[in-house]
Design a protein around this ligand. Structure first.
Ligand code: ZN
Length: 153
């Protein structure tokens, strides 16, 4: 069978497990929490993200808190909500206009989080597609702070 397809199924399986409290848990060798995902420890991912809280800011305390809250509920390495500075993007191009969003394409050189590396205990990155919400930068944002959200791949 196709290896990519199998990996995709394993990913979906892990996400479903995290939402289901009746599944058997395994104890993590690193953080000692009892995790529900099989391919990674969701607690190690959340801890990694938490340790990174002081390394980014949207410039808006409420948005920061919201993103942090989402990050503490992360269920998979490729489902992390994060703040990205505008200058992290290259080749930003207008794609289309929707009812409440303008969609742009851009090259995000860092790429989005994709996989948990259990050896190095870090989230590894991949590439993404972007979407900018209209009217989302209405208060005290600095010139380069535009609210970007990662679209589901
Ligand atoms: Zn762990």
């Amino acid at each position: 069978m196709n290896r990519i397809f199998i990996n995709h199924l394993k990913k979906i399986h892990d996400e479903i497990r995290i939402g289901n409290n009746s599944v058997e848990k395994q104890q993590c060798n690193d953080c000692l929490n009892w995790h529900q995902a099989i391919q990674y420890c969701e607690f190690c991912i959340r801890k990694y993200l938490e340790n990174n809280f002081e390394n980014w800011t949207s410039g808006n305390n409420e948005i920061d808190k919201l993103i942090q809250e989402f990050q503490q509920k992360t269920t998979a390495p490729d489902r992390v909500i994060e703040w990205i500075e505008y200058d992290k993007f290259d080749d930003v191009e207008h794609l289309t206009e929707g009812e409440c969003a303008t969609i742009y394409t851009a090259i995000w050189n860092d790429g989005s989080y994709d996989k948990w590396d259990p050896e190095r205990k870090i989230l590894k990155r991949f590439w993404g597609v972007l979407k900018k919400l209209n009217n989302s930068n209405n208060n005290n944002n600095k010139k380069n702070n535009v609210n970007w959200f990662q679209e589901v791949k």
